[in-house]
Design a protein around this ligand. Structure first.
Ligand SMILES: *Cc1c(COP(=O)(O)O)cnc(C)c1O
Length: 224
């Protein structure tokens, strides 16, 4: 199936309140243009350099999301144009995003990455750490970042019940934070969970944003 057909198929599966981020990492600009020409405007990349290179070559109304672990020293390259940062996993990173956003005279939307998988991973906050961050005065002082929601990745496993429980725990935490923090009330609306292998489960469990790569563009040549 073509990129256009894949996109149409996926979009027909998505409830209207769920936003599709087309994850185009490792794929050429021609592939992105094909998706763009069938109406897709939100694209996600996980490497800063790659995203900057592509951004220069592609239409300016594309909204670029950075989805992978982001190193603080690279924030400056994407700060002028990035539309959403999915994986804020430390206060230090958030402070750097705030600084670079201020330099560019803008407010940058961010999601906190929450660690929900059973497996070992280096990145993301646990629930308690995320709550602490959101209630800390240091965070409250950051005027050029806006926390618009949370992001999580389920375990990479065939056990769909486990995946479901992990997504459910994130949705519960998302709701808890929403009810607690009045500052977040109006802008905190995004729950980014679900990829090619598990997005239908994620949607059933309350996802509002799915990040889909290989089901649109085909398998990638190497592991990411
Ligand atoms: C690569 C990637 C995706 C998309 O993965 P697919 O399995 O190709 O859909 C989603 N989220 C993140 C953070 C990624 O790095």
């Amino acid at each position: 199936m073509s990129i256009q057909q894949n996109l149409q198929k996926i979009k027909s599966d998505l409830p209207t309140q769920v936003t599709l981020v087309a994850i185009s990492k490792t794929k050429p600009v021609e592939a992105i243009l094909e998706a763009y020409n069938s109406g897709q405007r939100i694209f996600g990349e996980n490497k800063v350099q790659e995203m900057c290179d592509k951004q220069l070559l592609l239409p300016t109304d594309i909204q670029w999301h950075i989805v992978g672990h982001l190193q603080s020293n690279k924030v400056k390259y994407i700060a002028p144009f990035v539309s959403l940062i999915h994986a804020v996993d430390s206060l230090k990173l958030l402070q750097e995003i705030n600084k670079q956003a201020a330099k560019n005279n803008r407010i940058i939307d961010c999601l906190l990455q929450i660690y929900i998988a059973q497996e070992e991973t280096k990145f993301g906050f646990n629930f308690e750490e995320a709550e602490q961050l959101l209630s800390s005065p240091t965070f409250q002082d950051l005027k050029n970042v806006r926390i618009v929601g949370l992001m999580g990745m389920a375990s990479n496993t065939d056990n769909t019940e486990q995946v479901r429980m992990e997504f459910r725990s994130l949705k519960n935490f998302f709701d808890k934070i929403k009810n607690q923090d009045s500052r977040l009330e109006t802008t905190y609306t995004i729950l980014s969970m679900g990829m090619s292998s598990d997005y239908t489960i994620a949607i059933e469990e309350g996802s509002t944003m799915v990040r889909i790569g290989s089901s649109i563009f085909g398998e990638r040549g190497y592991a990411h």
